[in-house]
Design a protein around this ligand. Sequence first.
Ligand code: SDX
Length: 427
Amino acid sequence: MGTVTLINNETGQSFDFDLIDCTRGPKAVNFSKLFENAGIFSYDPGYGSTAGCESTISYIDGKKGELLYRGIPIEQLVEKYKFTDICQFLISDSLPKNDEESKKFDLELRHRSFLHEKLKRVFDVFPDNAHSMATLSAIVSVLATLYANHKDMDDEDDYQTMARRIIAKTPTMVAFCYRNSVGAPFIEPDVSKSYVENFFYMLRGYPHSRWKYGLDGEQEITPLEIEALDKILTLHADHGQNASTTTVRNVASTGVHPYAAISSGINALWGPAHGGANEKVLAQLHEIGDVKNVDKFIERAKDKNDSFRLMGFGHRVYKSYDPRAKTLKKLKDELDKKGIRMDAHLSEIAQKVEEVALSDSYFLERGLYPNVDFYSGIILTALKIPRELFTPIFVMGRMPGWCAQLIEHDKNPYARITRPRQVYLGK
Ligand code: SDX
């Protein structure tokens, strides 16, 4: 194993630290004994250069614009597998071997998609128009009280049941959060429907009515719409140690119930700097309003005295095109050709924003490219999904990733409670 020597020029002391080997990406200096040996802390606000854990789940190459789930590029996975297969892949590190295994996992999720009757009554306390991210994190916290046995997971069965249960229930919780916010009755899951179709059904359906979906009569949910949302969920399934995943791991490190840790992750994801950006991108495209205003907004994004930032642009790790954004842009154009009409006006503005930004040195020098949130909202709008559900949809996609990361953390006998230090500047 290689080492790094640190020389403290104030004291002349030098210290050797091990380099930790990895299968991809940069090696890490093992600084866990830095304070003990050298009496100093490392300082890295935002942890841009700091690894907080070892992981085998997803890998990002920020320079190449690559994202792998358990070693396989997402571009291959999104074409070949359904989202429920990706859920199985992430939480159990094995893709379904055949159609039968895929169906078995899918069927288990359908049977677990129902919510406890007591949980449904919790929705009554939320005010009308309560944002679905707030109600979703609250409902997931209550889920921890209903399945207290998941607090102590001892074997693979426990891990799998914990994960499959919340993955199965998330579409139901998201649909119920929305229906509750608009005063519409809940539509129970229908086990004859696939994961994504069931979500559309619970979101749009009419109770006990010959009208299956849609607020304008016999409109069916088309296979193309189901395929589109399925792919969007796969593209959101995991993404290394981002802010919300780090939150989930940090909260889990205190020994709390896994669903309480996930509820914290939902709150972290809500922020506009993170998963909440998808909703903000749509608002921003409407604010820009016309391609002739794009230059003005690009100048505002570059102006340090203006708090305006280009939502859906930039990333801590990607300093090139986010492969998810590339795949989503391709999906947007494919769907448009196949008849799921994108909002042409918004698309035109988004295209112009990307074109102007990517020809501007401010963005290129800083490696600011479209990220996963830049195009997702345009597609979700074309799927007639309400804007306030864009980030809850991100939660649906990321749920298997959070579960996989929780399981990895829980299985690690060396995992410690997260407790960073500080540079004290006080009195
Ligand atoms: C997600 O981490 C993940 O993996 C997250 C995610 C996932 O799958 O979990 O990928 C999902 O959260 C994607 C990001 C969604 N957020 C947004 O689109 C919001 C807009 N983006 C920015 O707020 C920002 O780019 C972040 C938050 C995404 C990244 O912030 P960093 O890494 O802290 O970057 P920074 O603020 O240090 O920016 C570096 C420079 C700064 O300028 P200088 O000080 O060098 O002059 O780039 C500028 C920033 O001002 N900059 C932007 C900008 N993003 C960065 N300038 C204008 N518009 C932007 N969007």
